[in-house]
Design a protein around this ligand. Structure first.
Ligand code: ZN
Length: 372
């Protein structure tokens, strides 16, 4: 038996009183996080030349701030504890070179906090969810019932820019997963426009038309916003419109990525991809936001757990593997400029550039799986 995690996201409908406590909790978490960050920054400046000393410095705790700022005691203490863990992880990632120095939390960003299941403090009953510190359970609209054998681990409550509230309930369950004998394998080449090109037919996973249309609509709405006077009524109205479109697009994208990853996990026993460094890539090639927005990171996360829960595999090949340069028929290598859309080889192969790459990725995966 292996432990598996699954998250269930639902919309919640707090009443006025509950909305106030949520706002207070978001505020306290942000306040506490920023306070800790200030202290960490000072510590860092003070000891940055002495790594040993820097490592010895204790991380601030909620208890310390609660004495100084008693209002912190009025909100869920687990929310604060999680903010501390969150910052600790952000710090660790920074020190190990995986991320930039943590940034301050602003009111403008999505508001959220995380709490944990401790001694039955979280309960779901009659379309409501009970959360720590709340007198009454909050109304919740569930799309999927959480199976009885799934244990609730934590909940993240968030408020979007357009004022909607959501809860993501993280659960854990045991599953008897047996490794599948790998027979059907596919390679995917990351595609800048669209999502990927697959190795079997050379087909591109294009985002649906309605999604691309929504993106055009968003760009137009943003342009209008930029022309409005900041802070005016008309600006505020347009800002809300832009935020709504953002949310709609994010939902459409997530649904599409779920759909595509589900399809692949159903049809194949192993999926081979390149281990791409998205952040480095968008910086190096100056693609700006498009690489992040393309959804590749989210897609591979979905794909990985969907394969895993069926005993299947996601294989990541080295990012330095020359998937673009190689001829997928004879193995010859040559330089390819970004503008060359077709791979032509002296052996006679003429193939779409991305299709050729996808086949190479698949072949490399087969070699790693010792199937070739
Ligand atoms: Zn060739």
């Amino acid at each position: 038996m292996t432990k598996q995690n699954k998250a269930f996201k639902s919309r919640i409908y707090p009443n006025k009183e509950q909305e106030e406590l949520l706002a207070k909790t978001f505020g306290c978490v942000r306040f506490f996080y920023n306070k800790m960050l200030v202290e960490r920054k000072e510590t860092y400046e003070k000891f940055k030349d002495d790594e040993e000393k820097l490592k010895e410095q204790k991380f601030p705790t909620p208890a310390k701030y609660k004495d100084e700022f008693p209002f912190l005691k009025e909100v869920d203490s687990l929310a604060l504890a999680n903010a501390q863990i969150h910052l600790q992880n952000a710090y660790k990632n920074f020190f190990e070179g995986r991320a930039e120095f943590p940034k301050f939390k602003s009111k403008k960003h999505k508001q959220s906090y995380t709490t944990n299941m401790v001694n039955g403090n979280i309960k779901i009953e009659d379309g409501h969810i009970k959360l720590p510190k709340f007198k009454k359970p909050i109304k919740m609209k569930q799309h999927r019932e959480i199976p009885a054998e799934y244990k609730i681990k934590s909940c993240t409550i968030s408020k979007t820019k357009t004022g909607k509230y959501y809860i993501s309930i993280l659960t854990e369950y045991e599953k008897d997963i047996r490794p599948v004998k790998i027979q059907k394998v596919v390679g995917l080449d990351f595609a800048m426009d669209g999502l990927y090109v697959e190795s079997e037919q050379g087909e591109k996973a294009n985002y649906p038309r309605y999604y691309r249309q929504a993106l055009v609509k968003l760009a137009k709405a943003q342009q209008i916003l930029s022309r409005r006077k900041k802070g005016s009524t008309r600006w505020e109205k347009q800002r809300l419109k832009v935020a709504k479109l953002h949310e709609k697009i994010a939902n459409q994208r997530r649904n599409f990525l779920h759909h595509k990853s589900k399809e692949l996990a159903a049809n194949y026993d192993a999926v081979i991809i390149e281990d791409l460094d998205m952040k480095g890539m968008s910086q190096a090639l100056n693609f700006g936001k498009s690489v992040h927005d393309n959804g590749w990171g989210m897609f591979t996360t979905f794909l990985e757990y969907k394969l895993k829960e069926q005993g299947k595999q996601l294989v990541k090949i080295d990012k330095w593997f020359p998937s673009t340069k190689k001829c997928s028929r004879c193995g010859n290598e040559k330089e390819m400029s970004l503008s060359e859309r077709v791979y032509k080889c002296t052996c006679g192969l003429v193939l779409d550039r991305d299709y050729n790459s996808a086949i190479n990725i698949k072949k490399e995966g087969l070699r790693l799986l010792e199937l070739a």
